[in-house]
Design a protein around this ligand. Structure first.
Ligand SMILES: [Ca+2]
Ligand SMILES: [Ca+2]
Length: 247
């Protein structure tokens, strides 16, 4: 009887916390993270705000190549890709983060991202569509500070190839939906018809040098919490009211 009760509770607990892709706690400080494809000379370092925590430091990255680690979002799934980030400067920092359906990252490029977020010189840049054509982006209305940990939650709808993100941390004491003007849902950089199979990071030195630190930690994929659904519903309702008011 005890086991019957324990199993569902364990399952619920796992569902609530989601699957950790990497938190770098089992890695060695000063060395590349294990299980990564092309760690790009990046090393695991101690968190400057918590010496018991290990994080990935993407400082001094080689440009224009993808690094990553296996992670899956099914073709018809809506799941949240979550990670923590910390920028060390508003200059010379440029990192693109997301997921791709390309299994062999050695063959993938910037244009192969599906859902995508770019952290560039203190701006959060949101992309949509355009595939290999260069990619249109718009800056998020929300601004971020240096030397501050944030949690980015990208709610990824792989069936419809769209992403809506929230940010928590710093001035955002609760999840705040990333917007650009009134837009909060963004198309994938590149549509995918199948599974997303890799969490990927692209170090860009094509347009901007990328020599200052961006730290990454606690990469996970979690079921979409109901609070985010409520948040999104409230946002959509709010926008509808604004539009009605403007008409
Ligand atoms: Ca960690
Ligand atoms: Ca898709």
């Amino acid at each position: 009887m005890k086991n019957v009760l324990t199993l569902p509770l364990a399952f619920l607990s796992l569902s609530a916390s989601g699957a950790i892709i990497d938190n770098f706690q089992s890695d060695t400080v000063g060395e590349a993270p294990t299980d990564w494809y092309n760690a790009n000379n990046w090393t695991v370092e101690l968190d400057p705000t918590d010496p018991t925590n290990k994080v990935l430091n993407t400082q001094s990255r080689e440009g224009n190549q993808l690094s990553g680690i296996s992670a899956t979002i099914g073709a018809s799934s809506t799941l949240t890709l979550q990670f923590d980030f910390y920028i060390g400067s508003t200059s010379l920092t440029d990192l693109t983060i997301g997921m791709t359906g390309i299994a062999d990252l050695s063959t993938a490029s910037f244009s192969d991202f599906g859902p995508i977020t770019r952290l560039q010189n203190g701006d959060i840049r949101l992309y949509q569509g355009d595939g290999s054509g260069g990619g249109a982006y718009t800056d998020a209305d929300q601004s971020i500070d240096i030397n501050t940990w944030y949690t980015m939650s990208m709610i990824i709808d792989n069936a419809n190839n769209t992403v809506t993100s929230t940010i928590t941390g710093g001035a955002f004491s609760s999840p705040s939906i990333l917007t650009s003007s009134s837009q909060s849902t963004f198309a994938f950089r590149q549509d995918t018809s199948g599974n997303l199979v890799n969490f990927a990071i692209y170090g860009n030195t094509n347009n901007r040098n990328s020599s200052n630190p961006i730290l990454i930690d606690n990469i996970s994929i979690i079921p979409e919490p109901s609070t985010y659904g409520l948040l999104l519903a409230a946002c959509v309702l709010g926008l509808a009211l604004v539009r009605r008011h403007q008409q």
